[in-house]
Design a protein around this ligand. Sequence first.
Ligand code: G6P
Length: 603
Amino acid sequence: MCGIIGFTGKSPAVPKLLEGLAALEYRGYDSAGAAYFTPDGLRTEKVGGRLSVLASRLSGTTDADITCGIGHTRWATHGTVSDANAHPHGNGRVYGVHNGIIENYRELTLWLAERGYTFTSDTDTERAVLLIDCLYRETGDPVKAMGEAAQRMTGSFAFALLFADRPGKIYAMRRGSPLFAAVSPEGTFAVSDIAAVLRYTRHFTRIGEGETAVLTAEGITFIAEDGSTVEKEYEWAEWDRTAAEKGGFPHFMLKEIWEEPTAVSATLAPLLSDSSFGLTETQIQNIRQIHIAACGTAMHAGLMGKYFMEKLARIPVNVEISSEFRYRDPILHPEDPVILISQSGETADTLAALRLAKERGNFTLAVVNVPGSAIAGEADAVLYTAAGPEIAVASTKAYTVQLAVLIYLAIRFGRIRGTLTQTEADGLLAQLADAHLYIEKALALSEACRHMAEKYRDHKNIFFIGRGRDYALSLEAALKMKEITYIHCEAYAAGEMKHGTISLIEKGTPVFAFATESAVWDKLLSNIQEVRSRGAQVLLFAPASLPVPEDAACDIIRLPDAPEICLPLCAAVPAQLMAYHTAVLLGRDVDKPRNLAKSVTVE
Ligand code: G6P
């Protein structure tokens, strides 16, 4: 949540800040702001609105004299969306931008008020920046002031700050929230996500927990909590810069759906050619239960993974929403691995679930898309998905690659546990290796989905039903549809509708049904009849060769015929395309739906 960028160097800062903020908007986009040094002193500009408004206000400030500044794109936590609550916050002596939540901001408000401070916003950030200002006035040392402020603050944060009497310098620190430092020939950057500065540099390092970084045009100094200087090793970001651009597609979401075949084969290729994945064979043989903790779409991938793991490896799997897992005192046997799934690798609740599992001594395996992210850094083992940067807030390609990894693990665990013979495992792995071909065929359904979107777009409620794996898919399909179209959607296990929810079905209510699991097709068909006989309009997603009685559905989208283990990967595509086309037809902001952010670094 919230994107931070700071630049100080030998070339104009404002264009770099705006460019970086545009790439960081996925982290929050309800307000934007910047602070920068001019020859006449520190200036700030901020708006409770989109980045484009800030850009137009800053259009006269691309001056070569402005070579040091910080920028912010906001996802509101404390205080509504307004100019006053937009970042940067400060008082002329110091300005700061923040990502995270300062939990004890009420105490800080009282503490500061006792010392004569007044406030112009409702934000926790303003309290934090004023606290730093107060301590700076006492100590005269920005790093000391920030260190002392960090001790007085509870919660998570990443800050970039400018002190009026320290021109050309950016002070950055973090605890819990992500912040990277990067060096380029033109100067140095502090940034929430390295993808936002790839045009200038690939040389980056993560600012450590509790560390402060002092950026100048010449370089960066890192200072540990105890005041000692830290020598950092820089990493090289491999990501392709063009991967974070739209490349001719009208929206990132559509581009990212189109990238699914490539992403899945790039993710599976190293796994299929290398048999190591963190856990030893003995560890796998001793597992009593697998726990999966994740949020949102990643959690839905976990649910689908459960079906495969239980079917192929006969290992019980407990899938939990990370925010529940972390506060539930889960029962973890010492031999139980905990799998954390996260596209960003920064989701606060999933990171906390990881830490809880580690505290308990359980083996942690992360399935993560972003290299160098916090979850990847802290887990005992990491399996990277190779989706490349995912920019659209609604996750698509990250879901299919997570699913591909989980299916792969289910096959490998099944072989190691002896529930699959070598021939069976080899056969399934060969099918999985071809998954991208089936996904590619599913992309051809885009036009059919657009056509269906036209038919169903004006409904206020849509139900999504399925059985077994198709129930897991329904949950993800419903999430996709609701998050970007704002249509109320509910996913139900098809057999459960009759236990209450079916009372909501009336003439014309849309019910989208998924039928990729042949073993329960007959049962699903009965459930479809139950809703149809109460007036529902049913849109069925079924493989091309599945015989569907003429009166079973009003509309059918025919999925490519694919092996059962590849079908959920294929079926995800039309589910995503239905949401995409519906959102476009309704005129929604597809890549940046209201109230959301892509990277949720607050709990
Ligand atoms: C946010 C995003 C979702 C994502 C979830 C988990 O809510 O909007 O698309 O599934 O966070 O994110 P993660 O990065 O941990 O996969």
